[in-house]
Design a binder for this molecule. Structure first.
Ligand code: HEC
Length: 141
């Protein structure tokens, strides 16, 4: 598990200190490991030949739109914080969609006004963010 430790150290360095007193990121050991697995270059993982890391590092297990929504988007999009269009508000979403679905996706991925980049899901892939948006849209028509 020497490589795992190395990756975790790298992840910690990149995150500017794990568990440090003044760190704004207080990750649990589990979360640190997930981060380490996610940022591990695929080639390195393959060389390491560790089944656990390879499975996590490949990042193929995509989370569902409703999972992402429940974890990252709900706080704002069920309450309308800062003018966030609410899930279920058919009119509000229809108005957003007049700019085209691709623009809506891009705005959510890059962030726009009160909408934070990726809706704060910094470890979400583009397609995971899109799945969360699709989840909102499917429940708003
Ligand atoms: C901190 C609050 C907050 C969180 C968390 C958040 N949003 Fe938003 N979102 C907003 C606000 C505010 C707007 C409206 C921005 C504007 O147009 O002024 C918005 C707008 C949007 C839009 C419309 C973009 C457009 O082009 O009109 C989409 C799509 C969206 N959010 C998706 C998501 C998804 C998906 C997540 C979770 C991964 C998420 N949001 C998490 C606050 C949030």
């Amino acid at each position: 598990m020497k490589q795992t430790f190395g990756l975790m150290t790298l992840a910690c360095t990149l995150l500017m200190g794990c568990g440090g007193q003044d760190s704004s990121l207080n990750l649990t050991a589990d979360q640190e490991q997930q981060v380490a697995a996610r940022i591990a270059p695929i080639g390195h993982v393959n060389m390491a030949g560790q089944v656990v890391l390879a499975a996590a590092g490949a990042g193929t297990a995509e989370r569902s739109g409703s999972d992402i929504y429940g974890t990252n988007c709900m706080a704002c999009h069920t309450t309308g914080v800062a003018g966030a269009p609410m899930m279920g508000d058919v009119g509000a979403w229809a108005a957003r969609l007049t700019q085209g679905i691709e623009v809506v996706y891009t705005n959510a991925i890059n962030g726009i006004r009160g909408m934070p980049m990726r809706g704060t899901c910094m470890d979400c892939s583009d397609s995971e963010v899109k799945a969360a948006i699709d989840h909102i849209l499917n429940n708003s028509k």
